[in-house]
Design a protein around this ligand. Structure first.
Ligand code: UD1
Ligand code: CA
Length: 451
C-alpha cells in the first residue's frame, strides 16, 4: 500500500515573535520541519508535499535540504488547515493509496504511531490521531460514539458540553488520498474563525456514510510548538530522549545532562562521550571512539578507535579514520585524516588531507585562505610536521618528510626531505647581561623622576 505525506507548514507562528517562519526554528540542531519529515519518511512515502506560506522560499530550501525529492506548494493566504491540504491536490493528482497529514510544528509524532494509523485505515475511511489532554485548552475536541468518530469540533465553535470532552485532535489525519481531496473540496468556512477547517472532513465523511476512527497516542507526542518557551521545553524533551536512546544503544555518556544531540546524530556502540559535548548536524561516530569533554562536532565522521578532545572543534568535512587522535584546542574543517594520524595540540587543519601515521606538531596551521580563495594542503603518510609550522596552501608535503618547527612552508616539500623555513639563529655572547644592566638603569631613572 502506498502512502504520501502532506506537511502543513504555511503558518507564521505569530507567538514566536520572530522573522523566521516557525517551522524553521531549530530543535536538536534541525529545523522543526525536519522532525515531522523524518517521522513521515520512515513510512517510505511515494511523495512528500510541504505546504509553505510565510517565508516560503526559506521553507522550501529547508525541505529540499532534508530530501531533494520533497515537493513544496505555496499557500499564498492561510485560510485554514482544510484550505492548506487542498493546495496539495494538483501535485498529488496521480497518486493512489493513503495520505497522511502532518504539521510542520509538531515534532514528536513517532513513526510507530503513523504506522498504527495506516493499520487502522483498514477499518476506517478516515483515521484521526487523538490524545487525552491533561488540559484540553483550545484543542479541537473529538466527538465519538463508541469506536466511531462522528465529528471534530473546534474549541471556538464548541458548546460547553463539547468543551468538557478531553479527547483532543492532534491534527494528524490519514485517509485514502482521493477521498481526502474530495472531502476537503467540500469544506466551507462558516465557523467562528471564518477558516476552512480540515477537521470538518469528519462530519462530511460521516454524512456520506463513510467510517471514521481514532488512533490514540500520548499527549507528549502531539506537542506543538507555539512559543520560544515551548521550543525550549521541547528541546529538553528531545535531548532527554536522545540521551536515553544513546545509552540504550551502548554509548557511554559520562554526564548525560550535558550532552547535546542533533536530530541526525549517530554514535556506535562502546563509544564514550565526556561531559559538555555538543553535536551539530550530520555527525556520525563509529564504535569504540572517545570524545572527551567540551568538544563541538558538526558535519564530521569519526572512525573506530579515534579519540577527540578535550576542547576540540570538528567542523563540516572533518573525517577521522581509525585510531586518529585529535587533542585539545584543535580545529579541523574539510580535512581527511588517515589512519593513526596524531594532531595533539593547538592546531588548525582546513582543506587538507593528511596521510596515515603522520604527526602534526603543536601550533600547526594550514594557511588555507588567501582572503579570496581557499587552497588545499596535502601531507603525505608518516610525515613529522614540527611545532608551529605554517603550511601556506596550496602546498604539498611528501611522504616520510619533516618540517622544522617554526617553519613557514611556502613551497612543496619532497618525500623524505626536511624543510626548514625560518630565520637562522644568531647567538651574541654576553649581550644579555649588558641589556639587563641597561634596562635596570632605565627603571631606576624613571623611579627617581616619579618621586
Ligand atoms: C488545529 C486543529 C485542532 C487541533 C490542533 C492541534 C483545525 C481547524 N484545527 O488547530 O483541531 O486540536 O490543530 O494542534 O485543523 N496551517 C497552514 N495553513 C493554514 C492554517 C494552518 O499551513 O492556512 C498549518 C500551521 O502552520 C500549523 C498547522 O497547520 O502548522 C495547524 O494550524 P493552527 O492554526 O496552529 O491550528 P490550530 O488552531 O492549532
Ligand atoms: Ca497550533
Amino acid at each position: 500500500m502506498s502512502v504520501s505525506l502532506i506537511v502543513l507548514a504555511a503558518g507564521k507562528g505569530t507567538r514566536m515573535n520572530s522573522d523566521l517562519p516557525k517551522v524553521l526554528h531549530r530543535l536538536g540542531a534541525a529545523p522543526l520541519l525536519h522532525h515531522a519529515l523524518q517521522a513521515g519518511q520512515t513510512l517510505d512515502p511515494d511523495q512528500i508535499v510541504v505546504i509553505a506560506g510565510h517565508g516560503a522560499a526559506a521553507v522550501e530550501k529547508a525541505a529540499r535540504a532534508f530530501d531533494n525529492s520533497v515537493e513544496v506548494v505555496l499557500q499564498a493566504e492561510q485560510l485554514g488547515t482544510g484550505h492548506a491540504v487542498a493546495q496539495a491536490a494538483s501535485l498529488l493528482a496521480g497518486a493512489t493509496g493513503d495520505a497522511i497529514v502532518l504539521y510542520g510544528d509538531t515534532p514528536f509524532v513517532r513513526s510507530e504511531t503513523l504506522q498504527a494509523m495506516l493499520d487502522a485505515r483498514v477499518h476506517n475511511a478516515v483515521v484521526v490521531l487523538g490524545f487525552e489532554a491533561a488540559d484540553p485548552g483550545r484543542y479541537g475536541r473529538l466527538i465519538t460514539s463508541g469506536d466511531t468518530l462522528e465529528r471534530i469540533v473546534e474549541f471556538k465553535d464548541a458548546s460547553d458540553a463539547e468543551r468538557a470532552v478531553t479527547l483532543c485532535n492532534s491534527g494528524v489525519i490519514c485517509a485514502d488520498i482521493s477521498v481526502l481531496f474530495d472531502l476537503v473540496s467540500r469544506v466551507g468556512n462558516a465557523n467562528a474563525s471564518g477558516e476552512y477547517y480540515l477537521t470538518d472532513i469528519i462530519e462530511i465523511a460521516r454524512a456520506q456514510g463513510l467510517s471514521a476512527g481514532v488512533v490514540r497516542c500520548d499527549e507528549d507526542e502531539t506537542l506543538g510548538i507555539n512559543t520560544r518557551a515551548e521550543l525550549s521545553m521541547a528541546e529538553a524533551a528531545f535531548q532527554a530522549r536522545m540521551r536515553a536512546e544513546a545509552m540504550e544503544n551502548g554509548v557511554t555518556l559520562t554526564d548525560p545532562a550535558t550532552t547535546y544531540f542533533a536530530l541526525d546524530t549517530v554514535i556506535g556502540r562502546d563509544t564514550t562521550i565526556g561531559p559538555n559535548v555538543v553535536f551539530g548536524p550530520r555527525v556520525t561516530i563509529e564504535s569504540d571512539a572517545e570524545i572527551k569533554a567540551f568538544c563541538h562536532l558538526e558535519g564530521c565522521h569519526i572512525s573506530r578507535g579515534a579519540s577527540v578532545g578535550p576542547f576540540a572543534r570538528l567542523r563540516p568535512g572533518a573525517e577521522l579514520a581509525e585510531d586518529v587522535h585529535v587533542g585539545n584546542f584543535v580545529e579541523i574543517k574539510n580535512a581527511v585524516l588517515d589512519e593513526g594520524v596524531k594532531v595533539g595540540h593547538l592546531t588548525y587543519l582546513g582543506d587538507a588531507h593528511v596521510g596515515e601515521h603522520t604527526n602534526i606538531g603543536a601550533g600547526t596551521i594550514t594557511c588555507n585562505y588567501d582572503g579570496v580563495n581557499k587552497h588545499h594542503t596535502e601531507i603525505g603518510p608518516r610525515v613529522f610536521i614540527g611545532s608551529n609550522t605554517m603550511l601556506v596552501a596550496p602546498v604539498r608535503v611528501g611522504r616520510d618528510a619533516m618540517t622544522g618547527s617554526g617553519s613557514v612552508i611556502t613551497a612543496d616539500v619532497p618525500a623524505e626531505a626536511v624543510a626548514i623555513g625560518r630565520a637562522r639563529q644568531v647567538n651574541k655572547p654576553g649581550l644579555a647581561v649588558k641589556l639587563f644592566d641597561m634596562y635596570k638603569s632605565v627603571r631606576e631613572k624613571r623611579q627617581k623622576e616619579a618621586q
